[in-house]
Design a binder for this molecule. Structure first.
Ligand SMILES: Nc1ncnc2c1ncn2[C@@H]1O[C@H](COP(=O)(O)OP(=O)(O)OP(=O)(O)O)[C@@H](O)[C@H]1O
Ligand SMILES: [Mg+2]
Length: 500
């Protein structure tokens, strides 16, 4: 062995989520965080740790080859390589040679205290287009580090996922770990990253989310309520950032920018004013598990929205008054009966412990109105044809309905949110994150918005949720439904007497 120096490292993770990111050893691990939250340093630290962890071959050498991927060379040179070198290739810590030629590669070569030797490579590659496969050809790789993942196309990520684990060769014992790691700022909610992290949850992929550097709060009530950003004391890497790093950047920035870059929230392509802005918190209100109702807590509650795009939201109320939103059912171009024909068996399958007698539905009061020459109105159809007790709520004014949802969003019970929604409710969630919005009115000067919600694919399930929230608070017209049920029971009794 040539002359080598042994180095000691004292680089510690700067927060719980970073720590999890650095120590996870599953196949694929990704971290999403605000700017400056230590993501890139965390990735570099993990790559280095894993180089040292690779099991030594019969000569006591720990061999591995990692590829750091970015979408362009200027980005690789300007940030990724620079950050890596800050940690592992500066004047006082020469761990091997750095070759700046194409592709830039750090050949690490150093001894560990246990007498083994690390011989590892970190190759820096810009993979900007799917045809980048050429650049990877012939390169046997242990693992990939995808820096700023959201800038990479899904095709590139898929390609990388199929090309790790080939180094060192099986003859040398193979890699003791192989996979991908990646760091990113929050993407938009129509990005492939969102789909994997929040919706499809593929096996073997861990998606971690750091706390935001700022959080949005509402001050004041009713008409005087305003939202503002405040510093989040639980943000990570604060010790390495200047005082007030995040909150100072809020000044002069557009909300969309703050949301993504500082608050670590998913962006949305919506252009209007999100209706639950300041009240909705994606991290606090979403539960990533498929929530199930608790039978002893009472009936299943269903919020309905009719029209040509019927929607139903299923939830229940805990004894302490927390609203748990379990499932959403949305449809397109369907009448009430076809929707019910689909929904009733679905409910039976999903919630077998509940019979129709254990369900209560809440609807728009205009659901009493008959349409065309149908002999029954939607509320009558649900009660009489499908046997589920359905009530109208006391008001369908947008402000009242929004208030019913805000009540749960902002209330705390034993220091916990009084609103919990299953990540299964994908449309509601995207709506909460901005898709359900007041439309911007195209006038010069200050931004102005319509006073009613934009009718779009998010608004129907959101309307249904509002009726559910009103129902859960008892803002319900019980009388008219009771009358209907009595009349229909009397009619049925009379029919049976007269032999019909
Ligand atoms: N473990 C650490 N020890 C010491 N300093 C650190 C550590 N982690 C991060 N830093 C410091 O914090 C700064 C920001 O970290 P880093 O570049 O990793 O953040 P980032 O989340 O990748 O930011 P961006 O979103 O801007 O890429 C670094 O430049 C470095 O100065
Ligand atoms: Mg970074």
């Amino acid at each position: 062995m040539s002359e080598q120096t042994t180095y000691e490292f004292h680089v510690a993770a700067q927060g719980d989520v970073l720590e999890q990111y650095i120590t996870a050893r599953g196949r694929n691990t990704f971290i999403m965080g605000p700017i400056g939250s230590g993501k890139t340093y965390g990735s570099a630290m993990r790559v280095f740790d894993q180089m040292c962890e690779q099991a030594p071959n019969s000569f006591g050498v720990r061999k591995s080859r990692f590829v750091a991927v970015r979408n362009t060379y200027p980005d690789l040179k300007g940030t990724t390589i620079k950050d890596w070198c800050d940690l592992y290739h500066n004047e006082d810590c020469q761990l091997g040679k750095f070759n700046q030629d194409f592709p830039p590669t750090h050949y690490l070569d150093f001894d560990l205290e246990d007498g083994t030797r690390v011989k590892a490579e970190l190759v820096f590659l810009a993979l900007d287009r799917p045809d980048a496969v050429r650049k990877l050809r012939g390169l046997q790789v242990t693992g990939f580090w995808l820096n700023e993942v959201k800038e990479l196309s899904k095709a590139i990520v898929d390609m990388c996922d199929g090309r790790h684990g080939r180094y060192p060769s099986a003859a040398e014992g193979g890699p003791s770990w192989h996979g991908m790691i990646g760091d990113t700022n929050a993407p938009d909610d129509d990005h492939w990253y969102y789909e994997l992290a929040e919706e499809s949850h593929p096996e073997g992929w861990l998606f971690l989310r750091q706390p935001g550097g700022v959080i949005e709060v509402t001050v004041g009530k009713g008409e005087h309520a305003v939202t503002k950003w405040i510093a989040n004391p639980n943000a990570e890497n604060l010790a390495n950032l200047p005082d007030g790093y995040y909150i100072n950047q809020v000044q002069g920035k557009a909300d969309d920018w703050i949301k993504i870059n500082l608050a670590n929230q998913y962006g949305t392509v919506a252009t209007g004013q999100p209706i639950y802005k300041g009240q909705w918190n994606d991290v606090l209100h979403i539960n990533n598990n498929k929530l199930l109702p608790i039978k002893s807590h009472g009936d299943l509650l269903i919020g309905f929205d009719f029209g040509r795009t019927p929607a139903a939201i299923i939830g229940h109320l805990t004894p302490l008054g927390k609203l748990r939103v379990l499932r959403e059912y949305v449809s397109e171009n369907m009448g009430v009966r076809s929707f019910m024909d689909f929904l009733v068996p679905e409910l039976k399958r999903e919630f077998p412990a509940y019979s129709k007698a254990d369900m209560q539905a809440f609807c728009d009061p205009s659901g009493w109105g008959k349409s065309g020459n149908d002999e029954n109105s939607p509320i009558e159809i649900i009660n009489m044809e499908y046997g589920i007790t359905a009530y109208a709520t006391t008001s369908n004014k947008p402000e009242n309905r929004w208030e019913a949802v805000r009540f749960f969003l902002t209330k705390k019970i034993d220091n916990q949110c009084a609103f919990e929604m299953s990540a299964d409710c994908k449309t509601l969630r995207k709506g909460f994150n901005g898709g359900y919005q007041l439309r911007r009115i195209q006038v010069a000067g200050d931004a102005r918005y319509t006073s009613v919600a934009d009718k779009n694919k998010y608004s129907h399930p959101h309307d249904a949720l509002q009726y559910l929230a009103q129902g859960a608070q008892g803002e319900v017209d019980y009388e008219r439904t009771e009358q209907l049920r009595q009349t229909s029971e009397q009619t049925a009794a009379a029919d049976s007497l007269t032999g019909y």
